[in-house]
Design a binder for this molecule. Structure first.
Ligand code: BMA
Length: 862
């Protein structure tokens, strides 16, 4: 994981620099690949061993990695996710561990070269020794550590040893010496997490196991340089419009001794020189700035508003006539503002990109594995692409996890997903002493500098839910007031100051939720809001429609994952019901099952078996979140964002997620794709009993459309049909039809009808929706009969279905590996619905047909 890309190496110093400049940076990068010059930066990721401190034999270790995954790879422990293994593996975090690497250092003889070891992530309390000499004491998982090692390096057989102390034992004596305890509501066990700068979720969460890891969790490198090197290239966007972009490229250069230098800035894609400077550099760090203008720049847009154009700049420094280093940086040019303007409802909270107010459709992201080093770029790609495919345009990197890998943000840039970025603090109070604050300062600087050139990042946020916890979770009453003073130091002084200094173009928001101290953090008038009366408060889903936030950054409901996912951690015995000990070990919310049952009883009959319960729980979750989200979208621009809790999982578990640990889509994800459709048709009954059909248009285009509303009897008859033309303005939400229900139902009972609504533009259905007027259990629906017909094309198979009566949450399943592009959808009588299946491997139509199963909600109940 590099903060930028180094395109040149020290060997180049011997080459003719004027020729090099002529070739341009992009071409240079290609040359190095072809001729394979020794790199400036050498990876030290392979060849590591590890052992428990005090034991004899070493075992092979992975870097990046964790003790837990290394023990697993060496078959010393069972799969931590299987059954209730979590419990018996807690000893690992109470022990000390050490890692060792023996490596040669070629060029050690090349006098005058500077050598530096770079550790991009040490988890967490680590002493590092090179050839028996201590070179570093680390205490923050989120920092990058750099150590000069020139004089200690040998030509051969250097021994690098990293000793990790138990992150729990380390803190216990410190805690014992205090006469208060910092609240840490999610720690399962000793509440040590607030004292340690380490991923909070690993201490246990209401959707996560407790695995407090140690290890070398990001890359290790040996960097060699001489005379001058480029540490960073920051592209500051001073003023950007379609016509012109004015940017400042700020190059951070370290030099060994004061010297005359020349610094060049290139467009790395074309090799074109943009600017150059000859100047004197002083010993140590120097900042060299270039102000440049780009005419008619290709702007970066969030998905749905334009392309995700990226620029790549490269800087090169030469001392005398020798080129000593080059460094490149990708970024996207755009304006991005969190607009907060007084209006009729209070103060707006909307993200405006390139002048367009963007309604944020998204979810909250947690780390994709409790052992984060297992998350590959491919896994990130699969998960983030899924989110984009489900019509999301924003993701919140929630403060209880990690600052994600570069790959995450690179993919977000590429996919056009905006990122709401929390600092890693959640649901706890934190210390405010000098050492702690200094540690956080370094952490924040490292991560801001690493991430600030990603156009996708929209906002920096201090923490998750701490402000509201202090005020509303009895923390203020039960704790000494200095805790709040410490909060102020961290979240109202230190972090905003660092954002202002290192990334002044972005807004800092103190907490989520917050009103920036203008009102209660839960206020509907200002700031973002978390709404948990549905779920934690036990209130019915309909309560969502009584809430009028400015930006809804959390709301959610749990469900169980697919049977196949449950099967990955259970025996058949464990699957007798959701309350078996193993199922309970994978339900981390103390009242989780009870809440799911309570809500299920309100909506559905009793599911007939275990598998049906899993399916019904998913439909229940999806229906609830759909109800809330459509309301929050309909009330735009009063509300300008919905980030539901939560996108993904860090292990197989019952949780609020839309995709499970394996990336399998739950019903919620398929529903999301529909209720997050950029143009949405949304039928509902208002507080006065009127049926309304609203159309929300999040796009920046006016839409000429036809709206079709049908009223069906549950036996399949069509009772009523309305068609109307509509000009739907861009960025709008409007009511298109309002009718008294009584008139529309023409004497039929609410329990007997289903209303469908669709919006058609250019002969294409762009949104389809369905409304029932009573809880599903009261709908007098009979089991539908669904006919289907399969055809194939180059991409896979098309299943065309017709149903004799309204059918709900129809689920297609196949034992063949692959995916359905849509699923859990409603079928209306007399209408053909086509669903595509894309098999992973070539499959015959016959085999696919045999493997196909179609169920609808009625099948879940006996
Ligand atoms: C939210 C989150 C998490 C939690 C979730 C469900 O408030 O910030 O802390 O997992 O609720 O309880």
């Amino acid at each position: 994981m590099l903060t930028g890309k180094r395109t040149q190496n020290s060997k180049l110093k011997t080459r003719n620099s004027s020729l090099l400049r002529f070739l341009g940076a992009a071409f240079l990068a290609m040359l190095f690949c072809v001729f394979g010059f020794a790199a400036d930066e050498r990876s030290l990721d392979s060849g590591w061993e590890f052992r428990e401190t005090g034991t004899e034999s070493w075992m092979p270790a992975s870097v990046p990695g964790t003790v837990h995954t290394d023990l697993l790879n060496n078959k010393k422990i069972e799969d931590p996710f299987y059954r209730d293994n979590e419990k018996s593996l807690q000893w690992i975090s109470k022990r000390d561990w050490e890692y060792r690497l023996v490596f040669n250092a070629p060029q050690a003889d090349s006098k005058g070269e500077r050598k530096e070891l770079v550790f991009e992530g040490l988890d967490t309390y680590a002493d590092v020794f090179l050839n028996s000499k201590k070179i570093l004491s680390a205490d923050n998982m989120f920092r990058t550590w750099r150590v000069e090692v020139g004089t200690l390096l040998r030509e051969r057989a250097n021994e690098l040893v990293i000793k990790f102390r138990s992150p729990i034992n380390e803190v216990l004596p410190r805690m014992a010496a205090l006469d208060y305890e910092l609240p840490a509501s999610n720690d399962q066990g000793e509440k040590t997490s607030p004292y340690t700068r380490k991923a909070p979720y690993q201490f246990g969460w209401d959707w996560g196991p407790r695995f407090v890891t140690s290890g070398i969790w990001r890359n290790v490198r040996l960097v060699s340089w001489e005379k001058a090197r480029i540490l960073d290239l920051n592209i500051i966007q001073d003023d950007v419009s379609k016509r012109k972009a004015r940017i400042t490229a700020s190059v951070e250069i370290e030099v060994e001794a004061g010297a005359d230098a020349s610094v060049v800035l290139n467009d790395a894609k074309t090799g074109k020189r943009l600017a150059s400077k000859g100047l004197g550099l002083v010993e140590g760090r120097n900042n060299v700035e270039f102000e440049i203008e780009i005419d008619n720049p290709r702007l970066w847009y969030p998905v749905g508003f334009g392309d995700q154009e990226m620029y790549e700049f490269s800087a090169e420094v030469s001392i005398g006539d020798r080129s000593t280093d080059a460094f490149s940086r990708r970024t996207g040019l755009r304006t991005l503002e969190l607009r907060q303007k007084p209006d009729n409802y209070g103060t707006s909270f909307e993200f405006v990109v390139n002048g367009i107010p963007v309604f944020a459709r998204g979810a909250n992201w947690i780390p994709a594995d409790v052992f984060p080093t297992r998350v590959t770029r491919e896994k990130y790609r699969t998960l983030l692409t899924s989110l984009r495919d489900a019509n999301m345009n924003m993701i919140r990197v929630w403060g209880g996890g990690i600052y994600e890998d570069d790959a995450f943000y690179e993919l977000a840039d590429e996919l056009g997903l905006l990122v709401w970025q929390d600092f890693m603090f959640a649901c706890s109070m934190y210390p405010g002493d000098k050492d702690f604050l200094e540690n956080v300062r370094a952490e924040a600087i490292d991560n801001i500098k690493r991430l600030r050139n990603h156009p996708s990042i929209a906002l920096w946020v201090g923490n998750n839910e701490i402000e509201t916890a202090w005020l509303h979770w009895d923390w203020k009453e039960n704790n000494p007031s200095h805790m709040w003073d410490d909060y102020q130091k961290l979240f109202n002084r230190l972090l905003p100051e660092i954002v202002e200094e290192f990334d002044p173009g972005r807004t800092y928001w103190p907490s989520s939720p917050s009103s920036n101290y203008q009102a209660d953090p839960e206020s509907e008038r200002i700031g973002d809001m978390h709404y948990w009366q549905v779920w934690h408060g036990g209130k019915p889903f309909e309560e969502y429609t009584k809430v009028f936030p400015r930006f809804m950054s959390e709301y959610g409901f749990q469900s169980f994952p697919e049977l196949e996912t449950v099967a990955s951690f259970t025996t058949p015995e464990d699957r007798k019901g959701i309350e078996t000990p193993v199922m309970l070990a994978h339900q981390k919310h103390p009242r989780g099952n009870q809440l799911i049952r309570t809500y299920m009883e309100r909506e559905f009959p009793q599911p007939k078996d275990f598998e049906s319960f899993l399916y019904a729980s998913q439909v229940l979750q999806a229906e609830g979140i759909k109800l809330g989200t459509e309301h929050f979208r309909r009330i735009m621009p009063r509300n300008m964002g919905t980030l539901y809790w939560q996108a993904n999982d860090c292990w197989p578990v019952a949780s609020w997620s839309a995709m499970d640990y394996f990336g399998r889509w739950k019903a919620l994800m398929y529903y999301t794709k529909r209720f997050y459709s950029p143009v949405l048709v949304s039928p509902y009954v208002d507080q006065r009993g009127q049926l309304k059909i609203d159309v929300v248009n999040d796009t920046n285009e006016n839409v000429h459309a036809k709206i079709i509303v049908n009223v069906f009897h549950v036996d399949g008859r069509r009772l009523n049909s309305i068609e109307l033309d509509a000009e739907v303005s861009k960025l709008s939400s409007t009511t298109r039809l309002e009718r008294s229900l009584a008139e529309l139902l023409a004497g039929f009972d609410k329990t007997d009808v289903v209303i469908s609504a669709e919006i058609v533009s250019d002969d294409r259905v762009i949104s389809m929706n369905r409304l029932i007027l009573v809880p599903y259990k009261e709908v007098r629906a009979k089991r539908p009969s669904i006919d289907f017909n399969i055809t194939s094309d180059a991409e896979g198979f098309l299943v065309e279905m017709t149903a004799d009566r309204p059918s709900f949450a129809v689920k297609l399943e196949s034992t063949i590996e692959g995916r359905f592009v849509d699923n859990f959808l409603d079928l209306m009588p007399g209408r053909k619905t086509k669903i595509r299946f894309i098999p992973r491997n070539p499959t015959s139509q016959e085999d696919f047909k045999k493997s196909l199963q179609i169920v609808s909600l009625a099948d879940a109940f006996s």
